[in-house]
Design a protein. Structure first.
Length: 392
């Protein structure tokens, strides 16, 4: 039984396996599952693009097709970024497993368990909400269409689809087939979002757990009642304890740098896309004459995007908070009762701790709750521009 089959990381492993992105899968199985997911995601994007290009002169088609296209594009970036950085993720997962083996007893194990429990308490509701939005996004067109088939009226009913394609394909003839394809494709899109985001959460909370273990170890550093300014190195216990803490700190910083590098480009693309996509989604509600199923679809897509970017910003903020508090941890230790060489090490560590760990989007935007507020403001600005264009 693999370490990641435990109750903390089981869902993370299963979702990545579905996408062929689990680093410890066999190569053949990984390629097959990755190929199936790619076909559905890219084919849905191709259909949406086909409908957009064919109806480029129709503002209604542009508004309805462009928003899901933007969503698909940042999911595709997430999907292939995950594939390209799989070897780094394998290194990260091995480090998590090794940490659990090393810190298998005592308070440090309790710290790891507490963060693993927090990981579960965060990711489970996130998964449930996102998959619920998937049903709300895909379900209404099927339900409304079946109601009209079972309860026919004198009015002519045209099936409403997730995107505009009736001008190039006969929806009456291919509705069920297209709906089945869209349902599966959106499942893979949603699964990609969840799998990548909870993997990111797992990595962030692992680094935060390392910082918390550091806090515990530094607070335990004690000097002697009678301070020797220059004791022999072999007799300077506090010095050796500080060196061990610094090694652990460097390890946590290394993992943070790897994580930031893995997600930097993808996050920059996601931030830009979500700002525009949210603007078009809100504009659809105001500018177009929408039916009930369309309102539910637009609301689900919009809420899903807001939840995703809030979730990523909130989790990234945790890394900033835990790494920032490391300075206070150093001040709280018994630094006034240790040797000069030990104090010198702490001063150097303080200089580095002044710069908190961050995850950036393209080395430009720091992922944080402040970034989330900026995205909402930016989306509102673009939404105002779009509605003003309609009035003109």
């Amino acid at each position: 039984m693999s370490f990641f089959d435990n109750r903390y990381y089981y869902f993370n492993k299963r979702l990545l396996c579905i996408l062929g992105q689990w680093p410890f899968q066999s190569r053949l199985k990984s390629y097959i599952l990755f190929g199936v997911a790619s076909i559905f995601i890219l084919s849905l994007t191709a259909f949406e693009m086909w409908g957009l290009v064919a109806g480029i002169t129709n503002m209604n088609i542009i508004m309805i097709n462009l928003s899901p296209l933007l969503i698909n594009s940042f999911v595709i970036v997430k999907f292939f970024n995950c594939a390209l950085t799989k070897h780094y993720m394998k290194e990260f997962l091995e480090d998590i497993e090794e940490t659990w083996k090393v810190k298998h007893i005592g308070p440090e194990k309790e710290i790891l368990e507490n963060f693993a429990e927090e990981y579960m308490s965060i990711t489970k509701p996130y998964m449930i909400v996102i998959y619920t939005l998937w049903f709300l996004y895909c379900g209404p067109p099927v339900v409304i269409n079946k109601i009209h088939q079972l309860l026919p009226t004198n009015e002519t009913y045209t099936p409403e689809f997730l995107y505009r394609i009736e001008h190039v394909l006969n929806l009456d003839k291919y509705f069920n087939l297209l709906m089945l394809h869209a349902f599966i494709a959106v499942f893979y899109i949603i699964t990609t979002v969840i799998a990548v985001d909870i993997t990111f959460t797992m990595c962030i909370l692992h680094i935060c757990a390392l910082f918390e273990c550091l806090r515990y170890n530094i607070e335990r550093i004690r000097g002697s009642d009678f301070v020797h300014l220059e004791p022999k190195i072999e007799d300077d216990k506090a010095y050796h304890d500080i060196i061990n803490c610094i090694e652990s700190y460097k390890h946590a910083l290394k993992l943070s740098d790897i994580l930031s590098a893995n997600y930097s480009t993808a996050f920059l693309f996601i931030l830009g896309n979500i700002v525009i996509s949210l603007s078009f989604g809100a504009a659809e509600l105001v500018m177009l004459d929408t039916q009930l199923e369309e309102l539910i679809r637009i609301f689900s897509a919009t809420m899903g995007q807001v939840l995703v970017i809030f979730y990523l910003s909130w989790i990234s903020q945790k890394l900033i908070d835990y790494s920032s508090s490391f300075q206070n941890v150093i001040y709280s230790c018994d630094w006034y009762n240790i040797s000069l060489r030990s104090k010198h090490l702490l001063k150097l560590t303080l200089l580095r701790a002044a710069h908190p760990c961050q995850v950036k989007g393209g080395k430009i935007y720091v992922m944080s709750l402040m970034t989330f507020s900026w995205i909402l403001k930016g989306s509102l600005s673009y939404f105002t521009v779009l509605t003003s264009l309609q009035q003109e």
